[in-house]
Write a protein that binds this ligand. Sequence first.
Ligand code: SF4
Length: 447
Amino acid sequence: MTVATAGPKRANRLQATKRNNQMVTAYWEELFRAPEEGRLVCWYEGIQMNPILQAADVAWCHGEAMSALLAARNQEGPAQAVAEAQGYDRELCSYARTHIGCGVLTQQEHNPDDDLAPLPGEALPERNLGERVPVPDMIISAYPFCSTGQQWDDMLYRTFGKRVPIFNISMPWIWGNKSSAKYMAGPEFRDAVDFMVAQLRECVAFIEGRTGKRYDWDRLSELMGHIKQASELRLEAMALCRSRPSPASFFEWTNSIAPVNFLPAGPEIVEYFADKKAEIAQRLVDGVGSVPQERYRLYWDGIMNWNKIGWLADKFANYDACVVSGRYTHLGFWQEPQVIDLDDPLDGMAQNFLSCPISISAPQVIEKTIEHCRDYSIDGMILHGAHTCRAFSYPQFLIGEAVGRDLAIPSAMFEGDMVDESFYSDELVNSRVEAMLEQIDAQRARA
Ligand code: SF4
């Protein structure tokens, strides 16, 4: 393997991605102001409840998003420390640990006997981001597969003195082990979707009970129209990256999760992906790749290491390796917009929630991964095992074995984490990645 030594090469960042940070900052500032503006606040984790809440004019805090924001801005320390001081072990999901820490910090800032009233606005600017999230007026728990997700909400419920109403949605796991079961098809999937839709309707009734207002279903359809359009543009832009060199990387898509995960639905998210797609299309015309010299095309299986996105993008660019795509970005987050019927959006929403890669069993994940690796001409696979998220990493050895057997794609496995960088070892990553690239070189030499 030849690794360039003339100096570190950097990934070519897309200009359009920069707007993501501005939208994210604007969203959080709006959330921090919500109580002053008389809006109720909901805390939730997991699936995208945001359009359902937005249609009721309820502000929302998505737990993983809050934890990722803190990590990306190097402000996760106080929340994680306070959670550990409360007895939440380092082995616990770092998203949950960080967000529960935010809950403890937020609660400590309030007099528990004064109806959870927010602090005066002038105190806000000096406070750490993790303490600025308003206390919830309601909690919605809707976590696919992983029991940590459900217990996380229960712990928040307790943190806020069991006084915040909580609504629990049970998300069925798609076993897919009957011959009738296919990805998003068959009786098992249909039953699960119907079960989910019924619960979403009950959840809307719960929200109506909290707001005291009739739910605006037309608004939900309108919001889902924006989400559907944005998601279609995102998938079209991703598909352009099947070209060599790939004009954008997995890291760019990771940096663009917020608009399809928790940012408010509206024309802004559509424009964002339209601009991104246009910039990628122009790169194709100009022959510009995401890495200066693309020699290897890789796939990233695993959640992102939020503390290290830009750093990892440059690290792989320096190996002349473009991480083109990944399970986290390409198989989730409104990944099937075509099934969303704007006249009756709940069914299509449920289908998307139940086909995300931690709702379906390993054989279906493997089938989608193999199809994807073929489409994107992948040479090697990164298996990033998040130390504190076994729900995402449990099928990784099976995935690595399957792509090795069926596509002769070598893989490199290393541990890291979503928002606790102490689980990451750079030396280990270097040695595993370099060994995999050497294996690709050897295969090419033999071909
Ligand atoms: S362990 Fe993974 S799947 Fe479970 S709550 Fe944490 S991030 Fe989500």
